[in-house]
Design a protein around this ligand. Structure first.
Ligand code: BGC
Length: 347
């Protein structure tokens, strides 16, 4: 096991951004303090060649200028909130929308664009911390947020999210890594086989806001209860896929409330690599990179349409405005804590 820390770059405001590289016999992972982000994840493929299975950038400029939320932590509330509307302590608060003038998406990048302070802890863990001030980004409360990454001996990358605020708040933190198990330059991800342990998903309206319905996946293109190629039904004549140009939906994971369980697995024949995602959260957003459109990423390669997929574990989008969804309302002084892990290995 080894951990290295180095300067990754400086923001235009002069803030130093550090990179931490953790390695053991099964994986090498690199993290950067801007966005508390997962930048690289290298695992040996079926031929013993190390592949970096994450899309992203070689330098800080890429993360700042062309982000697409590559690899970053998202918070305080990941995904969309209709109108940026939150009811906190009986009072309505509007956080300025940043999408089409009507939705708040990924909290306007508040956590993703911040430079966090990073510290090595023990021999296999990095902890990122950041204090967000009351009304920063439009959110109430002075908040202490903490995101840690642990590289376990079997190559699992464990992500733990903690937040505590002096105001009541909705917390919903996630990681926005784009995976391609054939490598960042591996072409589209349509032949990857995906399994999601979800019997239902959340249909959305034309603005990608959940309608409030949770629909059984059975008999729909959203049925990933057994391994299925991501591309098999992606172009199906099904309204929910047409609305979002591919998968961009939250799946309702089975067995919420029973601790950490396997949420999803993805296999790639070309590399012989498999990704397992474990979480204690109720949902996972499957986003198939429908809006990737050629941004230049690692190795000068364009990140084209559907060359990466995200499995963003989370509370359901717009849950602050949907009382029927599991609540992530956290009282002032209470600790919000969740965990998710990614493990990539030869299957
Ligand atoms: C959303 C997509 C969005 C992407 C990048 C995903 O979490 O579901 O709609 O384009 O993030 O912002």
């Amino acid at each position: 096991m080894s951990i290295e820390k180095r300067l990754f770059g400086k923001t235009p405001q002069g803030e130093e951004v550090f990179e931490f590289v953790l390695a053991n016999d099964n994986a090498e992972v690199s993290l950067i303090s801007r966005g508390a982000a997962l930048r690289r994840l290298l695992v040996a493929d079926k031929d013993g060649e190390k592949r970096d299975v994450l899309l992203g950038f070689d330098d800080l400029e890429g993360y700042i200028e062309r982000s697409d939320y590559q690899g970053v932590a998202v918070g305080p509330f990941a995904n969309r909130i209709e109108g940026g509307r939150l009811k906190i302590g009986g009072k309505e608060i509007i956080v300025p929308p940043n999408e089409k003038g009507r939705n708040l998406l990924h909290s306007g990048g508040l956590y993703s664009n911040a430079v966090w302070s990073g510290e090595v802890s023990g021999d296999n863990k990095v902890v990122f911390k950041k204090r967000f001030k009351d009304m920063e980004g439009g959110f109430p409360g002075n908040t202490d947020a903490e995101i840690s990454y642990t590289l376990e001996s079997d190559g699992t990358v464990l992500m733990e999210y903690k937040a505590v605020s002096d105001s009541d708040m909705y917390f919903n933190l996630t990681n926005h890594a784009y995976f391609n198990l054939a490598g960042y330059d591996g072409g589209d991800i349509l032949s990857h086989k995906l399994k999601i342990n979800a019997d239902s998903f959340l249909p959305v309206d034309e603005n990608s806001i959940p309608t409030g319905e949770s629909r059984k996946v059975e008999g729909t293109p959203f049925d990933f209860r057994e391994f299925k190629e991501i591309g098999r039904d992606i172009e199906a004549d099904y309204e929910q896929l047409k609305l979002t140009g591919g998968y961009d939906h939250c799946f309702c994971l089975n067995d919420f409330g029973k601790g950490c369980r396997l949420a999803a697995s993805v296999k790639c024949e070309k590399s012989g690599l498999c990704l397992d995602v474990f979480t204690d959260l109720p949902g996972v957003q499957l986003y198939t990179g429908n809006f990737l459109s050629g941004t230049v990423g690692k190795g000068g390669k364009p990140m084209n349409h559907r060359t990466g997929f995200c499995l963003e574990t989370q509370y359901y989008p717009d849950s602050p405005n949907k009382p029927q969804f599991p609540s992530c309302y956290v009282k002032a002084g209470e600790v919000f804590f969740t965990k998710t892990s990614y493990r990539v290995y030869r299957y």
